[in-house]
Ligand binder design. Sequence first.
Ligand SMILES: NC(=O)c1ccc[n+]([C@@H]2O[C@H](COP(=O)([O-])OP(=O)(O)OC[C@H]3O[C@@H](n4cnc5c(N)ncnc54)[C@H](OP(=O)(O)O)[C@@H]3O)[C@@H](O)[C@H]2O)c1
Length: 308
Amino acid sequence: MTATTTPATRRCSSRSGDPPRCLFAIRSLVRAPTVKSLALQTYAQDTDRQSNKDGPARLSTDPISYEYADGVLNDRIILVTGASDGIGKALAVHIAGLGAQVVLHGRNTKKLESVYDQITNLKDKPRPSIAVLDLATADSAAYSSLHNSIEQEFGRLDGLVHNAGILGQRLSIEQYDVADWQQVMHVNLTAPFVLTQALLPLLRQSPEPSIIFTSSGVGRVGKAFWGAYSVSKFGTEALSQILADENRHTPLRVNCINPGPVRTRMRLEAYPAEDRDALKRPEDIMATYVYLLGPDSQGVTGQSIDVQ
Ligand SMILES: NC(=O)c1ccc[n+]([C@@H]2O[C@H](COP(=O)([O-])OP(=O)(O)OC[C@H]3O[C@@H](n4cnc5c(N)ncnc54)[C@H](OP(=O)(O)O)[C@@H]3O)[C@@H](O)[C@H]2O)c1
């Protein structure tokens, strides 16, 4: 398997005329990844959450009704995975409007360029960057390349939102295809783990770093026919809790968001017959993300928040 990194500025164009600041792009990744551990650390003891005397911080603010000013995310460098569509796209545009320097991650350059154009049309806001990386196929070289690009460009990362995800099959465990299971587990759970490892050194350069993982209602309660998606979201909750606990004495805060039912392509795939007009739009659930990425959630870590 080879990973060819291409200076993506050559491939990216922008309708607004200026070349987007693509960080890099990955081509020719053909098989399932052999991801090398980038930074293994051993946590020999004290992994029991009961032993965390501090415990997760209590929320003094209601994140759902959190109110914030225009420049609340000024100067924060924030990477959003799956920024090409759905919740990730709305989030990228929203936080750019609040002053964040956004790194738009996705696998589809054209779709990312369209989000790029939307952001560059905002008045007096930082120009975003584009990072193309397919979470299903990226190898360790690709993750390193992303790390290096952000390091060169910005020297640090203030926020990392693990939003990208896939639904997979809606079948019983008895019928579930093994390859599809592996794909869902890889994109939804293993890739965020590897991306976190790759970018932790840059998050540690930030005075107030924040990581957000994305869970689901079926990440807390197992339900028939939710298969690998549900299992991957249970794993996501665990990954978020473990990382929060391991970092409880560092500035890094790590939290999980369950968006609830939101009008996106994934929701349509899961519930094709429902009344879409009754659902919240991605734009309606932004407050909790802003709260967790901004200055008012300092010390809030290890939480799993239902946005609806
Ligand atoms: N919508 C809901 O009701 C709901 C409820 C609970 C939880 N969630 C969670 O919220 C998150 C966002 O969901 P959504 O509803 O916004 O879904 P969506 O509209 O389907 O968007 C998913 C995003 O993930 C990206 N993605 C998928 N596979 C990828 C890969 N291999 N590499 C890179 N990017 C990839 C997609 O890129 P492309 O544009 O290239 O496909 C897209 O940007 C997910 O984690 C989902 O599990 C959603």
